[in-house]
Design a protein around this ligand. Structure first.
Ligand code: BES
Ligand code: ZN
Length: 850
């Protein structure tokens, strides 16, 4: 149902619902084109409520009948729901509606994927299943009966009973409707069990389509590790008899934390060594953990309204990052997260889509599942932990769980537990939740008579969301190194609260080299004019692994910018520094692999724009190519030896140790391919017995403009495996040269297997195009036009996925007038589509800046 005039919802307008829901009974009579949903819901007037209007959300529903206390009623229907006169006391509401799962291509509400029924209700999808107060602060227990002829029929909570053609489920934990789930299909289980810390036995099932049984073991291991970790680190025990996970092929997001019945995009859970890469395995481990952790941070304690989304998402991302750091390597996880933050959140925070971690208004909530809410939201929690210390953090979390279990909460509730535990006033800290934009942190240093002073200045660029930004609390982790590389001052957290603030250090015998913002202790842009020599020194000596990596990145950025803007030659200090890192076998291979990667090309463009230049995507691409070639030549004699040290003789395992070695081998292979014309990559491809090796070899070959035979062979080998074929589509676009990327993508959209209604497949091609910076921004505008064509086509079918992908245009103001004109023309063309969804309309309008 399209809105004529989009409505804006404001945080300040929050009012509680006038009724409580005591219990919900649902009966589903499944049929693909005409499923009947009967609801029986016990409502009671809420004490103290002044708004007693009885409004239930409902969209795309056909109402068959409605009754109150058994007597039929005639509610007033609108496109958004219904209103009805109700008694002044508790009453039972009954309704029967008809819905069309088979016709539901938006993948929100109850829909079908490969003959299987499944649901996605967050944020506001339950209203497409039946009439209900579809808001997170209305919590109730649910009993669900499913009638249908499918072998497996699941819902939330514990199984009550089942028979031929029916199954009944009961979830004893009150929950908001967005956590409701139903799955029915021809599924098989990979089963296991877990004994909780108090000795309760939980049945664990991972439900998949027949044929996918062999891809379940890793997800199950990840689930058990997550359950144990949450007990040990956060003291959180699981609370039902069964935990079900279902893999579905058509899913807008990665996965969803429905109570006791998580639903996963199959790409986020299914893996075998032959079909999934190390990166896939790591992502699966993290997503399983994330959704599992929501059981406490999200489900037991939920959000009062969708403005508080970061309450559950920021915290759960923070928790899953801690988990991954514990399972694998802390510095490697931290560096990967910062790479991701800079690639996805910084552009958002510094462009037309900027919004606070807790937004104050929205039109379509689905557009606010953003890197800012998630990743910056997690960073804010990291800062809070840094400021109060580990012990107080643990105490505050215990208090949070004890005080708010079973409630729908706000950021105020969250901060109050920290204030109560520490006695601190978090008033200024709260600006991290209310203010948009990335703070810039400028540093000046002074050295006089043994006294060393660092003066910091913070400024946040104003945005539409935050026109007058105020100084924020910035925890700055600082260490000082002596001239010989020894640490003369261990890491200390400086607490910056003023716009400009100095910190003084005495008792030093020589001018130190500062290591600032260790571990990336705050999500800011550090603006420091340091010399190449100082960066090279930190790259060689910093004891903080994050800042050591950062020093390498700073050298890379400096030389790439000089190469792209001034035609400079590759910097010898960068090449020497990288060679030293590459050769240093005491360093974790995974860490060395990260070191060898260049900064993202889009990030370089952002930096150039910030420095007042107009970035040229083609020139940035050329600079990166030239630098990689120079590094390959510089490291020529070392590469084969490193390659040898990465050899693995043991059977494949996707753990940190093996995947680190394969990552370094992959980085080395990409350099060797620049020297040997692809011989080693071709031979690796030929003998690869796992997907990580297959993909790294094929990537190198495609990058070198070769690999036609391998590309064909890959397709022939894997054409029956959707997840692998997604990779096949993606790699060809990602590795294409700037001039051919759009054409390659276009050709692939004409391939018989380009099933564009499947979000994974759509993203594999169009998402990869936007990830190929120089290709997407090719001067002729072909990349822009192709993306816009497909967004226009997808919007009526799947508004959520369309709207998310509009973000590729958010950086348009960085580029030259010609490119700006080309992008604006595409934005205008999309905006002019009749019947454009509310999701896409909001995104385009915000990007246009109207
Ligand atoms: N609750 C979300 C899933 C979701 C997002 C539902 C948006 C509806 C709209 C889930 O917990 C989540 O955050 N999933 C992430 C993965 C996670 C590891 C950050 C996702 O799906 O990308
Ligand atoms: Zn989440």
């Amino acid at each position: 149902m399209k809105d004529a005039a989009p409505k804006t919802i404001y945080l300040k307008d929050y009012t509680p619902f006038g009724f409580t829901v005591e219990e919900v009974h649902l009966t589903f009579d499944l049929a693909p084109g005409a499923t009947r949903v009967k609801s029986r819901i016990r409502f009671a007037p809420r004490g103290g409520a002044d708004d007693r209007r009885f409004f239930l959300h409902g969209e795309d529903l056909t109402l068959i009948r409605a009754a109150i206390d058994g007597k039929e009623v005639q509610p007033t229907l609108t496109a958004e729901g219904l209103t009805c006169d109700v008694p002044d006391a508790a009453f039972t509401w009954e309704a029967e509606v008809e819905i069309d799962p088979a016709g539901n291509t938006a993948l929100e509400g109850l829909y079908m994927s490969n003959g299987m029924y499944c649901t996605q209700c967050e944020a506001e999808g339950f209203r497409k299943i039946t009439y209900y107060p579809d808001r997170p602060d209305v919590m109730s227990t649910f009993t669900v009966r499913i009638n249908g002829d499918l072998p497996v029929m699941l819902s939330n909570g514990n199984p009550v009973q089942q028979g031929e053609g029916w199954a009944e489920w009961h979830d004893p934990w009150p929950k908001p409707a967005y956590l409701f789930a139903l799955v029915a299909g021809d599924l098989v289980a990979h089963s296991d069990s877990f004994t909780t810390c108090s000795g309760k036995e939980v049945d664990l099932n991972l439900w998949v389509r027949p044929g996918d049984e062999g891809k379940c073991a890793w997800g199950m291991e990840a689930l058990k590790k997550s359950m144990r970790w949450d007990e040990e680190v956060y003291g959180r025990e699981y609370d039902l008899e069964v935990f079900n996970i279902v893999a579905v092929d058509d899913f807008n997001m990665g996965a969803m934390e429905n109570k006791g019945l998580n639903i996963f995009n199959s790409s986020a859970v299914l893996a075998s060594p032959e079909t999934a890469t190390d990166a896939n395995f790591e992502r699966i481990e993290a997503i399983i953990a994330h959704e599992y952790f929501h059981n406490w941070t999200g489900n037991r304690i939920t959000c009062r309204d969708w403005f508080q989304l970061c309450l559950k998402e920021g915290l759960t991302v923070f928790r899953d990052a801690q988990f991954t750091a514990d399972m694998r390597s802390e510095p490697v996880k931290r560096i990967s997260d910062v790479i991701d933050l800079r690639a996805r959140q910084f552009p958002e925070d510094n462009g037309p889509l900027a919004h606070p971690v807790r937004p104050e208004s929205f039109q379509e909530i689905n557009n606010f599942y953003t890197a800012t809410v998630y990743e910056k939201g997690a960073e804010v929690i990291g800062m809070l932990k840094r400021l109060v210390g580990d012990a107080a953090y643990a105490e505050a979390l215990d208090l949070y769980f004890a005080r708010h279990d079973g409630e729908a909460c706000t950021i105020e509730d969250w901060l109050r537990v920290f204030e109560d535990v520490t006695g601190r006033d978090l008033g200024q800290f709260k600006r991290w939740y209310s203010q948009a934009g990335t703070p810039r942190l400028k540093v000046e240093e002074d050295w006089q008579d043994g006294t060393y002073t660092l003066t910091f200045t913070q400024t946040t660029p104003p945005s539409a969301a935050s026109p007058e930004p105020q100084p924020q609390v910035i925890p700055i982790n600082l260490g000082l190194l002596g001239p010989n590389g020894d640490e003369v001052k261990e890491t200390e957290t400086l607490e910056m609260t003023e716009a400009r603030q100095a910190f003084t250090f005495t008792g030093l015998s020589a001018k130190p080299v500062p290591s600032i913002l260790r571990g990336f202790s705050a999500p800011v842009i550090l603006d420091r004019d340091s010399s190449t020599a100082e960066r090279a020194f930190l790259l060689a000596h910093d004891t903080d692994p994050f800042n050591r990596w950062e020093a390498g990145g700073a050298l890379a950025r400096a030389t790439l910018n000089a190469m792209a803007l001034e035609d400079a030659a590759p910097d010898a200090a960068y090449l020497d520094g990288m060679l030293a890192v590459l050769r240093d076998d005491t360093l974790d291979p995974a860490y060395r692999a990260l070191m060898l990667a260049l900064p993202g090309q889009s990030e370089l463009a952002a930096m150039q724009a910030e420095a007042g230049h107009t970035p040229d995507p083609r020139a940035i691409w050329t600079a990166c190519e030239t630098l990689r070639q120079a590094l390959a030549q510089h490291a020529q004699d070392t590469l084969p030896r490193i390659w040898e040290t990465c050899r693995i003789d043991a059977p494949y395992r996707p753990d940190a140790e093996q995947s680190g070695k394969r990552a370094l081998a992959g980085a080395v292979l990409s350099l060797i391919t620049r020297l040997d014309g692809g011989a080693l990559a071709a031979s690796q491809y030929g003998s690869a017995d796992n997907m990580t090796l297959q993909v790294s070899a094929l990537s190198c070959l495609l990058k070198a403009g070769k690999g036609q035979a391998e590309t064909a062979a890959f397709y022939a080998q894997w054409q029956q495996d959707r997840l692998v074929i997604d990779k096949w589509f993606m790699l060809q676009v990602l590795q294409a040269a700037p001039e051919t990327a759009a054409a390659t993508a276009k050709t692939l959209t004409e391939h018989a297997d380009f099933n564009w209604k499947n979000p994974n497949r759509f993203r594999a091609v169009l998402g990869a195009l936007t990830g190929n910076h120089a290709g997407f921004h090719a001067a002729d505008g072909a990349g822009y036009a192709l993306l816009a064509d497909w967004l226009i086509r997808l919007d009526p079918v799947n508004p959520q996925t369309t709207a998310r992908m509009c973000a590729a245009f958010q950086t348009w103001r960085r580029y030259d007038a010609r490119r700006q004109g080309l992008i604006r023309a595409q934005l205008d063309r999309i905006a002019a589509q009749p019947g454009l969804s509310r999701d896409t309309t909001e995104m385009i309008t915000r990007i246009q800046g109207n």
